[in-house]
Design a binder for this molecule. Structure first.
Ligand code: NAD
Length: 260
């Protein structure tokens, strides 16, 4: 049922986005991957996904802070793949600092990448999905779409925002065979989390190991990091027919964090 469909996954050159892209490719879904990084390394990722799974894989380097580049990427997906059936808004960044020290440029970048980019991809994707009578929009939010942590004002605001956006668009397309949902992972040990550990250690006056145990895993009752595979499997489930009545909501994969 999913074989031959086309998916676009933002921020899929590493971490959760790459895991979701691979999971979809494994179903025979063609891909547009996107994200930052070394051009040669990204070409290796693109080519290996295409050859391993026998699907078409395009790479687009659109910077998610730039609406005109996002528009070009969406147009490329239309012209070169024929359309986007599955849109995964995954690109995201983090910055950890007390609000009075939070750089305004970091606030703007986080809101642009984690929230506004999903508006720009979605507004360009829904007409095609509605015309087909089938579509899936999956927004990779976070446990921080539901609960807050100190020193993450922009991230928490962006993730609460994407959940509101998810619900709104779900209502707009509900009769058209298009579902819109958010996945809310707890901590997954990707580059995004690895990068924030030193800053968190500095702000809280802790060691790296203390941050892992007393800040990150303290939030998760299971005391285990969530895995990329678990998040990617959830995304694939949301694409299935079995999930056709799941829309306008979120699925938490957070080891019990948001049950607190
Ligand atoms: P990651 O750093 O491994 O991946 C982020 C991806 O976004 C990369 O491909 C990167 O190149 C891309 N990206 C960053 N800035 C970009 C820009 N300006 N334009 C285009 N692409 C850009 O991090 P990750 O942990 O895999 O994060 C993916 C998503 O999952 C994010 O939205 C993040 O908020 C969310 N998330 C992560 C965790 C976690 O613990 N890792 C938990 C909850 C939610």
């Amino acid at each position: 049922m999913l074989k031959g469909k086309n998916a676009l996954v933002t921020g899929s050159t590493s971490g959760i986005g790459l895991g979701i892209a691979e999971k979809l490719a494994n179903e025979g879904i063609n891909l547009v991957i996107n994200g930052l990084g070394d051009a040669k390394e990204i070409e290796v990722i693109r080519a290996s996904l295409a050859s391993k799974y026998g699907v078409t894989v395009l790479y687009d380097p659109a910077d998610m802070t730039q609406p005109d580049q996002i528009e070009c990427m969406m147009k490329k997906a239309m012209t070169q793949l024929g359309g986007v059936d599955i849109l995964v808004n995954n690109a995201g960044i983090q910055h950890v600092a007390p609000v009075e020290e939070f750089p305004a440029s970091k606030w703007d970048a986080i809101i642009a990448i984690n929230l506004s980019s999903a508006f720009h991809t979605t507004r360009m994707a829904v007409s095609y999905m509605k015309s087909k009578g089938w579509g899936r929009i999956i927004n990779v939010a976070s446990a921080h779409a539901l609960v807050a942590s100190p020193f993450k004002s922009a991230y928490v605001a962006s993730k609460h925002g994407i959940l509101g956006f998810t619900k709104t668009i779900a209502l707009e397309v509900a009769t058209k065979g298009v579902t819109v949902n958010a996945i809310c992972p707890g901590y997954v040990l990707t580059a995004l989390v690895e990068r924030q550990i030193p800053d968190t250690a500095k702000v809280r006056g802790m060691t790296i190991e203390q941050v892992k145990q007393e800040v990150l895993l303290a939030a998760q009752p299971t005391k285990q990091f969530v895995t990329v595979e678990q998040v990617a499997s959830c995304a694939l489930f949301l694409c299935s027919d079995a999930a056709a009545s799941i829309t306008g909501t979120h699925i938490s994969i957070d080891g019990g964090w948001s049950a607190h």
